[in-house]
Write a protein that binds this ligand. Structure first.
Ligand code: SDX
Length: 434
């Protein structure tokens, strides 16, 4: 394998070192390119560009491999808890029993939000999208814990913010849901674990205590673990970029939530169900919508399909599809949208358009089926993604801030605007639009 790459341009030569990871990933380090040759690279969407080195997650898009700190997600989904997986991602190793007990206890200590924050919910229209509320409320936490919004928090301060975010994100989510349906808030309970506590806050009411069904808690535990991290995706890269200016962790996470909201990213789980409902209303006409997805004249895309990195099955989609089947069978639910989703997958994966472009179901294709079965409202599906991704965002912010080579993220551009021309006084402007 090459140890370097030579670039000869305009009579100048630069030798760029090659970086190789333990998994065999290869990169050309071009950090001296501009100062040596005056050239920059151009790579819209960063499809060929690595932004950093990271030890948190590894994925292989060709082989459909995903590991958190070296552990396959299939094993974590089978044996771990979301709290334990969060510890693994943030601290780099599986916790001992005493470490896990201390970490779990802190979740209970930090599950409440300041009582004054309840007033925020009163100000939002009931139709507000919960991602707008979540991003604002996460940033607003910094107002109630000003002592923690430091450029360089101590390890203890960082650990406290991390657990606050992981624990309070449930409470904020449940409170925004309760507000949207006009029901009183249900407070977190000390005796409930992560997912059951969330379900209880979401679905209990003074007249109807929520009965926690193990299968439902299991399905959400698996979903949260599978969403916990995914390398330099759009929202994690946003957290890193914002944090690179030394913005505090609350602000960086709030930016990540906004990036995740987009239907091409974490908003896809909501868009998938909206798409399936539309196709179902149109008589489950699979062929019609597969044709539309292939038609360049149509803006329709098969939401939940395709991925920048996976050129094979998204390993998470496989687990989620089985989890959806198991949960609906156990709950005795027949969801026609699950049948429709499977049919779309079956037809697409026999169609050269999808096969040649290596478009497979991604993490969002089946996850909404589970959220529907649990009773989570459609516009909260991206919020569920955000709850799951919280440990990944926190872990990347920490890794970046601890990396001495980290600099503020500031990409260049290629200018395509007007050539230099003088200011024209308004009375002389006879603008005509070209
Ligand atoms: C997530 O990055 C991550 O890790 C993200 C994520 C995570 O865990 O953080 O995995 C979570 O965001 C998953 C993706 C959720 N988004 C969707 O399901 C939206 C639908 N998918 C697409 O919009 C698209 O596939 C993306 C956004 C996921 C990836 O886009 P790319 O890599 O920029 O690919 P592209 O748009 O350039 O598509 C390449 C070709 C194009 O056709 P040609 O120009 O070659 O003819 O594939 C086509 C596209 O038109 N294509 C699709 C398609 N996705 C790609 N055609 C129809 N339906 C689709 N879904």
């Amino acid at each position: 394998m090459a140890e370097s790459a030579k670039i000869n341009i305009d009579g100048k030569e630069i030798e760029c070192p090659v970086v190789v990871s333990i998994e065999g990933e290869k990169a050309i380090d071009i950090s001296k390119l501009r100062t040596t040759t005056g050239y920059i690279t151009l790579d819209p969407g960063f499809g060929n560009t690595g932004s950093c080195k990271s030890a948190i997650t590894y994925l292989d898009g060709e082989k459909g491999i995903l590991r958190y700190r070296g552990i396959p997600i299939e094993q974590l989904a089978e044996y771990s808890s979301f709290v334990e997986t969060s510890y693994l991602l943030i601290h780099g190793h599986l916790p001992t029993q005493s470490e896990l007990d201390k970490f779990s206890l802190a979740f209970n200590e930090h599950s409440m939000i300041h009582e004054d924050m309840k007033n925020f919910f009163d100000a939002y229209p009931s139709t507000t999208h919960p991602m707008a509320i979540l991003s604002a409320m996460i940033c607003a936490l910094s107002a109630y814990y000003p002592g923690l919004i430091k450029e360089d928090p101590t390890q203890e301060e960082f650990d406290r913010i991390a657990v606050q975010l992981l624990s309070k994100v449930r409470t904020i989510t449940a409170f925004s849901y309760k507000k949207s349906i006009g029901e009183p808030f249900v407070y977190p309970r000390y005796d409930l674990r992560y997912v059951p506590n969330f379900l209880n806050m979401m679905f209990s009411s003074p007249t109807h205590p929520y009965k926690i069904v193990d299968e439902v808690a299991h399905a959400l535990r698996v979903l949260l673990i599978l969403h916990a991290d995914h390398e330099q995706n759009c929202s994690t890269s946003s957290v890193r970029l914002v944090g690179s200016s030394h913005a505090n962790l609350y602000a960086s996470i709030s930016a990540g939530i906004c990036a995740l909201w987009g239907p091409l990213h974490g908003g896809a789980n909501q868009a998938v169900i909206e798409m399936l409902e539309m196709i179902h209303q149109d008589g489950d006409n699979v062929q019609k919508y597969i044709a539309k997805a292939k038609d360049k004249e149509s803006s329709f895309r098969l939401m939940g399909f395709g991925h920048r990195v996976y050129r094979n099955f998204d390993p998470r989609a496989k687990i989620i599809k089985k989890c959806a089947d198991d949960l609906l069978n156990k709950l005795g639910i027949h969801d026609p949208l699950l049948d429709l989703a499977k049919r779309l997958e079956e037809v697409a994966l026999k169609d050269d358009y999808f096969v040649s472009r290596k478009l497979y179901p991604n993490v969002d294709f089946y996850s909404g089926i589970i959220y529907r079965a649990v009773g989570i409202p459609l516009n909260m599906f991206p919020v569920m993604f955000a709850i799951g991704r919280m440990p990944g965002w926190i872990a990347h912010w920490k890794e970046m801030m601890e990396d001495p080579s980290t600099k503020i993220g500031r990409p260049f551009q290629i200018y395509t605007g007007e050539a230099k021309h003088d200011y024209v006084p308004i009375e002389q402007r006879s603008y005509f639009h070209k």
